[in-house]
Design a protein around this ligand. Sequence first.
Ligand code: B4P
Length: 182
Amino acid sequence: MKKKLLFLGPPGAGKGTQANLFCKKYGLDHLSTGDLLRDEVSSGSVLGLKAEEVMNKGELVSDELVLSIVEGRLENINEGWLLDGFPRNVNQANSLKSLLEKINQPLEAVVLIKCADDYLIKRLLERGRQDDNQQVIKNRLEIYREKTSPLIALYKKEGILEEIEGNADIDVVFSCIEKSLG
Ligand code: B4P
């Protein structure tokens, strides 16, 4: 089983849901930039307040802030890990590459969880987080297409991309991911 992983996909595809299950079962370190940013927001720090404003609009938080959060964690990471929601643009992907070279732990697989917009919108509206409303979801989907989806071609070219259909029951998606990494 591959154990240096990245989960990629549009908002609501189930990256966080699947990453939680996967890390629990296989004992991997779970690094979710969404969760780390929400922790920063809850702490009430100045950076957190800035991040909250951006997240509530459905935009990407600055690379500088995200990288500062990720960098320290990657330096202390174990041998098995899963990146969830990071990188989200080409600049973050390039920075990740350098960070992983520094710790000599190259990515083994990128799991792309695909899902049609109709399902994504329905799921996110049902989840009802602060950044889950019609207008913000539309914005997040546009930003995904513009900034994050170019990463698909990049990882395909590296030969490490696994494409999974995310429009199925959670346990079905999970076993498809397991099979693709086995
Ligand atoms: P994230 O926290 O990464 O969350 P997400 O993309 O919205 O959701 P995810 O795909 O993880 O869906 P989930 O499993 O929860 O990002 C939030 C914000 O943080 C971003 O908009 C951005 O502002 C900021 N951010 C994060 N990382 C950043 C970065 N690197 N750079 C800059 N900004 C960054 O599933 C969604 C719902 O669907 C849940 O309710 C779940 O129960 C349900 N669900 C999941 N799988 C299902 C299935 N198979 N069937 C039915 N329902 C399912």
